[in-house]
Ligand binder design. Structure first.
Ligand SMILES: *Cc1c(COP(=O)(O)O)cnc(C)c1O
Length: 386
């Protein structure tokens, strides 16, 4: 079986874990927590990192600290894993769904149009004319490692007084190589960035996440909330409602060993991408997606665009046939504005997302994927074309 995306444990993971076990530091404190936060910050040139049990809890804390609350609204893409959408509801707020652009990221042009035509700047904030609610924030998601059009998103946010929380859970290591954010990493552009270290992400701690910010006060507050809001940890005084979201030292030890390999992982991802591209180039009806110009992605996922008329099979049909050949592939997420809990929420001119949803199939992309396996996948695709 060639899996879609699995962990690659080939660095100092055993050594770091052993150190935790030998020294008895296995729980919510220990040296790897700080070391892991520092190492991630160093990689992406960020000031502060706060570890959490997963990316979703990071998003929750980041939105909470951005002032999102009861009956507010938050702008989210419809095409994304559902986590950033659900988090809006955890806070009693409502998502407003946006379409995607040609790289499956939140469409910044449509966002601009939405804010200009459908909203009104008021003293209380940006008011959605249709719902009467105040929009507090935007959550752009750097889908599959593709950096979003952050220069336009940040401009809109500034004009409309919106907070921006980058969901960079899939894009650790992706950066801009042109424009005003040249040499800046995804997750470090806006008020908050969030990384995930779930098992399918580019590096993993089993489960885990990190909140990134350059604001010292907010970082402190984030840490406070993730550690049960302890105002006095000896006498157990809590002036606010906190959360038990802290990662363990065991997981941080894994993360510390993994982040050291990130650059090497990205290199492998890039090489495999180039190889796939080469091997698939003459198959009619199949195209491997490119990446936004002016960006250096982490090549987390490889997306095929399948034209059923020319290829003979839809992405769904190809997925089933490849599975019978022991090759695991996946369609993209069902669009969130059509998910049962969100059908009554506002969705603004969703068009491209529907197109992508019908056509995209993600193919095996693990960093332990070898050349022979890439060839097995591409040959199977070639063979299955009708
Ligand atoms: C993985 C992922 C998350 C959530 O991360 P967890 O660590 O699994 O909670 C959030 N958003 C997107 C887009 C993701 O892909």
């Amino acid at each position: 079986m060639i899996p879609l995306s699995i962990p690659n444990i080939s660095g100092k993971e055993w050594d770091c874990l052993k150190e935790c076990l030998d020294t008895n530091w296995v729980s919510s404190s220990g040296s790897f927590l700080g070391k892991f936060e520092e190492a991630v910050c160093q990689y992406v040139h960020a000031k502060h990192g706060v570890v959490c049990i997963n990316g979703t809890s990071c998003l929750f804390i980041a939105l909470k600290l951005s002032g999102v609350g009861y009956r507010n609204e938050v702008i989210v893409p419809t095409l994304t894993f559902i986590a950033p959408v659900n988090v809006v509801r955890y806070l009693g707020a409502e998502p407003v769904f946006m379409d995607c652009d040609d790289y499956m990221n939140l469409d910044a042009d449509k966002l601009e149009e939405f804010c200009r035509k459908e909203c009104q700047i008021t003293k209380k904030g940006l008011k959605n004319k249709k719902t009467g609610r105040i929009i507090k924030a935007i959550v752009p998601v750097h889908i599959f490692g593709n950096p979003c059009n952050m220069s336009l998103i940040m401009k809109i946010a500034e004009r409309c007084n919106l907070k921006v929380i980058e969901d960079a859970t899939e894009s650790l290591g992706s950066y801009y190589c042109d424009g005003i954010y040249k040499d800046r990493y995804t997750g470090t552009i806006s008020d908050f960035g969030v990384y995930s270290f779930n098992g399918n992400k580019i590096i993993t701690t089993g489960g885990g996440g990190m909140i990134i910010t350059d604001n010292k006060k907010l970082a402190k507050k984030a840490r406070y909330f993730t550690e049960q809001a302890k105002d006095d940890s000896v006498r157990c005084i809590h002036n606010e409602i906190g959360y038990n979201f802290r990662l363990s030292n065991l997981q941080a030890a894994l993360g510390f060993a993994q982040i050291k390999q990130l650059a090497a992982f990205i290199k492998i991802k890039k090489n495999n991408y180039e190889l796939y591209k080469e091997e698939l180039k003459n198959i009619e009806g199949i195209k491997i997606m490119g990446y936004p110009s002016g960006t250096m992605p982490n090549y987390w996922f490889y997306s095929l665009i399948i034209d059923k008329r020319k290829f003979g099979l839809s992405s769904e049909e190809l997925m089933i046939k490849l599975a019978k050949n022991n090759i695991q592939t996946r369609p993209i997420w069902f669009l969130n504005h059509l998910q049962k809990p969100y059908r009554n929420n506002q969705a603004y001119k969703i068009e491209k997302a529907v197109w992508f949803w019908k056509k995209v199939l993600n193919i095996p992309c693990s960093t332990n994927l070898i050349v022979e396996e890439v060839k097995i996948v591409t040959q199977a695709i070639r063979r299955l074309r009708k």
